[in-house]
Design a binder for this molecule. Structure first.
Ligand code: NAG
Length: 141
């Protein structure tokens, strides 16, 4: 049997399609297996510019995007800096988190967490760490 060019094209397309599926489907499957559906964010980069990825301190807390704190909101010094973490869940899933904030978001851009009042204040009004003789214990709250 002699294949005409149309048949040849169809056979080629079919083979390409098979190869593509064989490569793409497992990739798709692995990418989704990597990240359980209950993980809303694995990094603050996945949240909008005015929100951040927050991880609660309860056992099996799941990270979620939350709004950054606004002027006069209560803040936590230890939540200002992002951290990397790995969390494990009862279903056996282990998820690496990058640039997440513990318990709450930091103050919004232009604001900072005042060392004394523990509220978000305009950046220039914040009690400066540089003026302190000793480094405050940022995790003591
Ligand atoms: C988190 O991980 C990134 C890249 O993996 C690294 O550059 C950064 O220094 C880490 N941050 C902390 C607080 O360990």
């Amino acid at each position: 049997m002699i294949m005409n060019s149309k048949t040849l094209w169809l056979v080629t397309a079919l083979i390409c399609c098979c190869i593509w599926s064989a490569l793409a489907i497992p990739k798709f499957w692995i990418a989704n297996a990597k990240r359980p559906a209950y993980i809303e964010c694995a990094s603050s980069d996945e949240c909008t510019f005015d929100s951040c990825c927050v991880l609660g301190m309860d056992r099996y807390s799941t990270p979620i995007c939350q709004k950054k704190l606004q002027l006069h909101d209560n803040c936590r010094l230890a939540s200002e800096e992002p951290v990397n973490s790995t969390v494990a869940y009862p279903d056996g899933q282990v998820v690496s988190l990058h640039k997440v904030h513990l318990i709450m978001c930091p103050c919004a851009d232009g604001l900072s967490c005042d060392y004394k009042s523990r509220t978000c204040v305009n950046f220039d009004d914040a009690y400066s760490f540089n003026e302190l003789n000793e480094t405050p214990n940022r995790f003591d709250d």
